[in-house]
Design a protein around this ligand. Structure first.
Ligand code: ADP
Ligand code: MG
Length: 234
């Protein structure tokens, strides 16, 4: 079998004596989408933070196309072909949409899509001259996605893109993610909303309190007693 594009093994992250991630493993191939679900505080964002190089792992490894990236700084990880979006989008508010994208593109080692195509893909066409801080929350999320895409990633880590979007915007966002996967990008889609995830993939990993409690098909996940208990808070 070909080496997966992203391979995460035994990933553990402690904050002091608190264990936020405990031995999590997953892999992603080109064009594959894996959903990472779990209740608030289960370690989803921490996993993205460690995989993307924001935090060093306490234990475990992350490899991208067979090369270790764990412990690398975020800009190094971006240049090696992996980027992430943020649960709370924070574009450079004083700069325009176009300037935000240009800055992101300049920090990458790849040839990304032209800015116009990126804006069209995320539904921000015509807004390139707008100051990012004047966009609404949904537009800022889409700009954050475009910013990550402007670095030309082969692997994209998406943190709760669905949160706060209207049903129509959710459909649109799911469509964008499917389109990226069809173009060969590997996606790890962190979501709180199972319904949104179902529009994007069937393959899920479920976290609870930093531990992986399920890995497999979404249909089976929602019938798994432990997953059900965790989601219903029982
Ligand atoms: P999720 O994204 O699944 O809601 P997080 O990964 O944000 O969860 O958080 C998992 C746990 O780790 C939470 O209890 C959170 O308070 C804790 N945590 C996350 N980041 C830090 C940090 N930098 N320092 C201390 N604790 C943290
Ligand atoms: Mg989170």
């Amino acid at each position: 079998m070909a080496e997966p594009l992203l391979l995460v093994s035994d990933l553990t992250k402690n904050f002091g004596r608190f264990c936020a991630l405990d031995g999590v493993g997953l892999d992603l191939g080109a064009g594959e989408v894996v959903g990472l679900v779990g209740p608030n505080g289960s370690g989803k964002t921490t996993l993205i933070n460690v995989v993307s190089g924001l935090y060093p792992p306490t234990r475990g490894t992350v490899t991208l196309a067979g090369r270790p990236v764990h412990g690398g700084a975020p800009h190094t990880v971006v240049r090696s072909g992996m980027n992430r979006t943020f649960q709370i989008a924070k574009p450079l508010g004083g700069l325009t949409v176009e300037e935000n994208l240009r800055l992101a593109g300049a920090s990458a080692g790849h040839r990304p899509l032209p800015e116009g195509d990126l804006l069209q893909l995320v539904g921000l066409s015509g807004l390139q001259g707008r100051v990012a801080g004047s966009l609404n929350a949904s537009q800022q999320k889409r700009l954050d996605l475009a910013r990550a895409l402007a670095t030309g990633p082969r692997v994209l880590l998406v943190d709760e893109l669905g949160a706060g979007l209207s049903p129509a915007e959710l459909d649109q966002a799911a469509g964008i993610l499917r389109q990226l996967a069809e173009a060969g990008m590997a996606l790890l889609v962190v979501e709180h909303l199972m319904g949104f995830l179902a529009k994007v993939t069937r393959a899920v990993v479920v976290l609870n309190a930093g531990r992986q409690i399920f890995r497999g098909d979404l249909d089976q996940a929602v019938q798994d007693p432990e997953v059900v208990r965790v989601f219903l808070g029982g």
